[in-house]
Design a protein around this ligand. Sequence first.
Ligand SMILES: Nc1ncnc2c1ncn2[C@@H]1O[C@H](COP(=O)(O)OP(=O)(O)O)[C@@H](O)[C@H]1O
Ligand SMILES: [Mg+2]
Length: 253
Amino acid sequence: MVLEIKNVNKVYPNGTHALRGVSFDVKEGEFLVIIGLSGSGKSTMLRCINRLHDVSTGEIMFEGKDITKLRGKDMRQVRSRIGMIFQHFNLVPRKSVMTNVLSGTLSRTGIFKSICGIYSEEDKKKARDYIKIVGLEGKENHRADNLSGGQQQRVAIARALMQNPKVLLADEPVASLDPATSHSVMQYLKKVNEELGVTVICNLHFLSLVREYSSRVVALKAGNLIYEGQPHDIDENWFQTIYGEEAVEVTIN
Ligand SMILES: Nc1ncnc2c1ncn2[C@@H]1O[C@H](COP(=O)(O)OP(=O)(O)O)[C@@H](O)[C@H]1O
Ligand SMILES: [Mg+2]
């Protein structure tokens, strides 16, 4: 087990109860997808896992150790083992692909070295390797903002890989992309999962993508975990329970 989420509650300072007694396990090497309506608590869950947010109660065990109360150096160490990519990529737009990817070593290199652009040959080689893995060989010196959305998300994946993550969290990574590009990004995530053995936890909106790429699914609704199982077991009834009576399944081709 890579992660064990145990009875996690998250209440934001304004009183919003975003997670209610959520428990689930994440196994080594799996591609777990979290689904649910907007506002169901998906992003909150990922942010609690990488310690961007503190949980209110409950435990998150990472490689057998509760990480919810870690501070300072210990917290940064755990965070460096948990990579993250976001809906809006969060690249530095005017910097090159190479510079953006290299900045993924930040947790090890330190801010000073990174600002001065001092990276080891080893890091540069690693960056070139990961740029190749996400299919962007030859684009090392292109500015990030000259790339398409899908290519920018692949740069973000390469950047996350620079920290040698055990787990990669992806918060709606294809939500701002068109359908064809969405598949391309999902395929590279799958490749990272299968070929590099990185465990992936991915928040997704579209069920068609979930069925195609996930090895297991959990569903959140108003902060409660209401489904845990195989993607192909989500039938019409489950679909309506998760998304509401009025919802209609949309397919991304
Ligand atoms: N920083 C925050 N402060 C207060 N409430 C928040 C904050 N972030 C999210 N929420 C609330 O928590 C609930 C879950 O949000 P979120 O985790 O973003 O859901 P999702 O990612 O599934 O759309 C929502 O009601 C949202 O409004
Ligand atoms: Mg969200």
